[in-house]
Structures are given as C-alpha cells and as structure tokens.
Ligand binder design. Structure first.
Ligand code: NMX
Ligand code: MLT
Length: 471
C-alpha cells in the first residue's frame, strides 16, 4: 500500500508556532522522526527510560508545587476545573480544542500519512504519534498497518458470547460484551499471574493494547452485520488500512466513506484524560486491571447520553425534527423545536461541553468534509442551520457555559449520507476510535508506573463542618 504526505511540513508548522508565543508556551511540539526503525515496540523501548527519568525529576524537584485550590463548587460540580490526572497523549485547550502530542487537527491532517494524496489522515499514523510523540514516516505507518492486520483475528467464543445476547440488545451492550469476551486472551493477566516484575508491566500491556486496537473493528462490524445485515459478515481486505478496512467490514466500499472513516477514527480517538471514557479506562487500569477489562469499562461510560451516546441522540433528534417539520424546516420552526426540547426538560444533544468554550474543532473538520463531499445533503443543511439557531437560545438560558456544537453534532449526518443510517450504532464507532487514545495512554501508564487512583471523598456533613470552621 502506498501512503502519501511528508513530514517536511512539520518545519513549516514549527515556524508558525514560533510566531505565536501562546502556542510556544502551551505546547510541546512533536519531534521529527529521525529513526527509520519500522518497529513501534523497539521505538517505545528506546523512549521509555528517558520519560521515566523525566517523571522522576518532576516529582523530586516540583512534587510540592500547588496546581490550584479545590473549592466546594468543584467537589459538587463533577470536579470541573480540578487538575488531577496525568495524560501524555493529548491536551485540551478550552478555546482551541484538542492537540494530539501538541498537534491540532488541521496540523494532523497536514502531516500524517494518508491513503491518497491530500486525503484524510490514517488512524494508525495517529496511534504512532500518540505513542511516540513523533510523526511517523509512510513506511512506519505501512508497517504498523500490517501489524494490526496480522493481529486482527478473534477467537470463536467471542462471536458466540455476542450471539447469546438478544439481537435487539443495544449495540454498545453487544460491543462491550464482545470486548469482555476478548479478555480471556490477555497477556498482561497471564504475565501477572506468573509474577512478572513491575518494571516489565508495559510489555504485555503493549501486546494487549495492539491486539485490542486491531480486534475492536472486527467485533464492532460483527455487531453491525448481526443487527442490521442478517449476520452476513464481510471479511477483512488485506490491501486496506485500519480505517478503510473498518468501513469495508461494515459493508461500505464508497471511497468517500473510507475517507470519512479514516477521519472519524482519527478525530474521536483521544480527548485528554478527564472525559468519562478515558478517565474510566485510566481509573480501572490503575488497579492493574488488564487493557481489556479497562477498555470495556471505558465503553460503558461512553455509552451514556451526556458522553458518547450523544452522537446517536443527535441523529435521532434531527430525524424527529424532520418528521415533525419536514426537511426544509425554517429557522423559526427550528427555534420552536429547540425550545420545545428544552421546555420538556431535555438537553439539546451535540451542544455544550465540560471543558471546551468554543466550537469543537472536530465539528469544524467534519463540516469541512461535508462542504467538500456532500454540500447539498438536506440533513447537512439542517445541521448548518442548527449552528446558527441553537447557540443564541442556549445563551438565553443563562446557565450554559458553552453554547457551541461539539463533535457529536455533526458525525451522524455524514454517516447517514453514505448509508450508515442506524443511529443506535453510532457510539460503537466512537468506541472503536477511542481504543486508540485510551490504549496509547495505558501503555504509558504502565511504563511510567503511575499510581493507583484513589481520591478522597467526603460527606455533606463533613463539608458543612469544614466550611463553618473556614468562615
Ligand atoms: N442543552 C440544554 N442544557 C444544557 C446543554 C445543552 N446542550 N449544555 C449544558 N446545559 C445545561 C446543563 O444541563 C446544566 O444545567 P443544570 O444546571 O440545570 O444542571 C447547565 O447548562 C450548566 O452546564 P454546563 O456547565 O454548561 O455543562 P456541563 O459541563 O455540566 O455539561 C455536557 C457538559 C456536554 C454534559 C452538556 O453540555 C450537555 O448535556 N450537552 C448535551 C449532550 C452532549 O452533546 N454530550 C456530548 C459531549 C461530547 N461527547 O462526545 O462526550
Ligand atoms: C470526548 O471526546 O471525550 C468528549 O468531547 C467529552 C469530553 O472531552 O469531556
């Protein structure tokens, strides 16, 4: 397979950053790839000692530096604004959005290898970047693609376990069950039982994580074909990359849909550590639960409507708008529909965010994809109108901190356009993508020997007494 794009673009990006002092201070830029080594494992092995040393120095020299004050509001408000986690693979800026190892989404679109000239980034390139902090060469991505394909077979009992569930069970239930069934192959669990030394934990974790990332698209597409295509499975195509193959195994071969899947899997992969799925995966893994146990837990968090399930909710909501008001609904009618949703005690799905305070750049890049590939799609036009209609209404409520659209506001109409119309399935796609971010960080959790997570909790009585004394 030939991949396109060159890392020389990185130097241009660096000089742009040098002219923006804000960026210079907040971002550690990924290094240009200097090694021609095609083996990700050996690259990591080289990197780990220096990062262990870095953490040791940080602890020794700055361990007692304060990062802020904890207020009662923070304790009662879902720990918003409380810095409490180490997460190396990505960092979220409220105004600017996500950066993967220092790189914004447009920058990743510019420098990561693609399947065709000017095409969308390949998710395996992003995985390499998240793990090593370095932009991979085409050959390195090619080699990782091959490795993932070689790990992409799953034991028969996994299918049987999924088949034991009613076919009507929610796709996320079937998917998480499949991931739990994969757990029996965990190398980490076997090594732990045999008494592996803690300095070596990262090695079987790496094995599990790469296998898990390779295998989740098979489990996910099995669930899709079982539920919606009479169980007719589409085998993997050895000539395709990770994202392209996923679309293909779901049953879609339109080249534009393959490109969409590459973009989709890349942008949903990681969103720093505090979001519900990443945090859950990290928390469970901190007990030395293996990557399968940890990732299955993460999926159960992703399945909540305020988090990953919002992509399902958005398309169902948009379809209910169309059903009630028609495809060419006026902005006035849209306003009425938004108020009706709010007045019935529901949220407007796809808008708002726990950290972001501007339009999600993941929304923006999907909008750009739509403008390029499906500008006349009626549901895309509706989504564009919602971009104008919803934020002023949410602002009028006076309590919503971010009235702008998030990633989930846009993904459904793109998938729907290419024939993936089953909205209840959408969160599974998000889950496949998130395996990349959660697993990349999990390997580093083990390499850095991060601690068991165990924050302190208190009762209302404790808070009342504490506050009385503080006053
Ligand atoms: N529609 C209606 N009300 C909203 C919305 C919205 N889209 N966003 C926030 N609010 C309300 C929120 O429910 C809260 O109300 P109350 O005080 O009565 O409980 C108030 O505004 C303040 O919330 P914020 O501090 O702005 O937001 P918070 O950090 O608590 O929650 C979300 C963030 C994402 C949970 C929230 O914006 C939301 O429910 N959005 C809709 C669901 C959604 O799109 N989720 C997907 C997020 C992205 N992802 O993939 O995970
Ligand atoms: C995510 O991608 O995890 C969501 O945007 C939620 C978050 O970051 O809190």
């Amino acid at each position: 397979m030939v991949f396109h794009r060159s890392v020389s673009l990185l130097s241009k990006l660096r000089s742009r950053a040098a002219q923006q002092p804000g960026l210079r201070n907040s971002v550690r830029w990924p290094q240009v790839q200097t090694s021609t080594d095609l083996d990700l494992h050996s690259q990591l092995k080289e990197l780990i000692p220096e990062q262990q040393e870095r953490l040791k120095t940080l602890k020794k020299e700055h361990g007692k530096v304060q990062l802020g004050n904890i207020t009662v509001d923070m304790v009662l408000g879902g720990m918003r604004g409380m810095t409490g986690l180490l997460w190396e693979t990505s960092l979220l800026d409220p105004e600017e959005g996500i950066r993967f190892r220092g790189m914004s989404i447009p920058e990743c679109q510019n420098v990561l290898p693609a399947a065709k000239p000017g095409g969308e980034p390949l998710p395996e390139g992003l995985l390499w970047l998240l793990l090593t902090g370095k932009v991979p060469t085409n050959d390195q991505v090619n080699s990782l693609s091959k490795e993932l394909r070689s790990r992409a077979t799953i034991p028969d009992h996994v299918y049987k376990t999924i088949d034991a569930l009613p076919v009507t069970a929610h796709p996320m239930t079937q998917f998480a069950t499949g991931v739990m069934a994969l757990q029996v192959q965990s190398e980490f669990q076997k090594a732990y039982e045999k008494g592996i030394h803690k300095s070596k934990y990262w090695e079987p974790t790496y094995e599990d994580c790469l296998s898990l990332i390779a295998q989740v698209p098979i489990v996910a597409s099995y669930v899709y074909r079982r539920m919606y295509k009479k169980g007719e499975v589409v085998p993997m195509d050895d000539s395709l990359d990770y994202g392209g193959n996923f679309a293909h195994m779901l049953g879609f071969d339109d080249p534009a849909m393959l490109e969409l899947m590459r973009l989709y899997v890349t942008i949903h992969s990681d969103h720093e550590g505090g979001n519900v799925s990443a945090h859950t995966g990290h928390l469970v893994a901190s007990a030395l639960s293996d990557p399968y146990l940890s990732f299955a837990a993460a999926l159960n968090g992703l399945a909540g409507p305020l988090h990953g399930l919002a992509n399902q909710e958005v398309l169902l909501w948009i379809k209910s708008v169309v059903e009630e008001c028609g495809e060419n609904v006026s902005k006035e009618h849209l306003q009425d529909y938004v108020w009706k949703t709010l007045n019935s005690g529901k949220v407007v799905p796809g808008f708002g965010h726990g950290v972001l305070r501007k339009t999600d750049p993941r929304y923006t890049c999907q909008r750009e994809f739509a403008l390029k590939h499906l500008p006349d799609d009626p549901l895309f036009k509706l989504v564009s109108n919602l971009y104008e209609v919803v934020p002023p209404i949410l602002l009028e409520l006076g309590k919503v901190k971010n009235p702008w659209p998030n990633v989930d506001a846009h993904s459904g109409v793109l998938l729907n356009h290419y024939g993936l119309t089953e909205a209840r399935y959408y969160t599974v796609l998000f889950g496949v993508s998130r395996s990349i971010g959660i697993c990349a960080q999990l390997i580093w959790d083990r390499a850095l020997g991060l601690a068991l997570e165990r924050p302190k909790s208190v009762t209302m009585e404790w808070l009342e007494n504490y506050c009385k004394k503080a006053v």
